[in-house]
Design a protein. Sequence first.
Length: 441
Amino acid sequence: MSSATAPLRRPGWWHRLDTAAGGLAVDLGLYAVSAAFAAVTAATSTLVPHRAWGGIAALGYLTATLVAAGQLLVRRRRPDSALAGLPARGLVTILTWAGVALLPLIWQSVQRAAGRVDRAQEEVLVVEESGRRLVETGTPYLGPGDIAALPPGEQLLGYTPYQPGMALFGLPRAAADGWWTDARVWFAVGTALALVAAVRILRQPAGAAGSTRHGAYLLRGVQAATVLPVCALTLATGGDDLPVLALCLLALASAATDRAGWAGIAVGLAGALKLFAWPVAAVLIIWGLTRRAGLRVSAGALGLPAAALLPTLLVDREALVENVLRFPLGHGLVSSPAQSPFPGYLIANALPAGRVLAAASLVAAGVAIAVRLARRPPRTARTAAFICGYGLLAAILLMPATRFGYLLYPAAFLLWAPALDVPGIRQPASEDGPQGVDLRA
């Protein structure tokens, strides 16, 4: 079989579902289920920013559902109609993201600037305050003594459990007050820039071998990072995870197109924002070693987080340790409010010696992933994305304290993975097929 005709590898059941009605069947289901989710959120959520998001997003998703249904009808009558083709589906995705993520984000930012104090999650306040502290003191962190001196009800907001780079999104608020200085606006800007760069890297010229099929996979991956409710809700109300996710996707896209150095830079930028990117960096470094590019990946993946940490370490080492180590590990002055009812949380709180059992389960999952990486290191970006997706899913489910919103990471990685089989980029034979066969054409 020639490289021009070899098929993409993908689970048969998902391929059949994903390609039903030219992809419009899944589009319709995604938008319809998302509309129901947003409506339920608007009616039942105990978090005011979430309810505000749901009221606007439900209308956006409902509109997208009606458009997708119309596209299905058009396709039945005229299968070759441009209104039901891939570019039209992409346009609907962009407009839907604007309606269910960007519009609620801007609306809440405007209302907050006008005096509504219930229009942002705590993460927004923490990031903005860390930006102000960075300008005034040279570090985004408060020391344990300063946190202890805060009123009990404010001690939780005194913690900044992020890497130092996250404070950069709070700098606009430190400079001026206005809806446009809301940290979420800049989270959205960073997310959009990284996603656009990733799509440009992966997108193939129209008419190229395999371009239509690959474009459909790429669109599905973009939908997972934008219009999926867990992503849209997070961006509109809190937002700090989305630029981290988008940079990780950019790193995987760079790896898929043999840009090892850029992959390291992208994941290094993500790691300078949040610890969630560090496992992705580890997997990509191992991928780089299989391609004799380990140093090029490591330079950015390790160097950029280290460069971000060094100044804060020199300014106040104790504050850094308290915020980025002790608090996330549950040894701060107050506990994290993250309590989603996943298995790790239930085991830790419902069984005798539950915390020990939950920790042991988490360690066992980590050891299993480490053994897999040692015995069968990922040789393609696609496999690296799957390892990141399943590994983070296991970690999120088994952590004693976690959030439902963190599921956006594994969901996006797993749906992004098929788009990393780029036509024209040769895959290593030992992992993706016989020697000399390009399985992405």
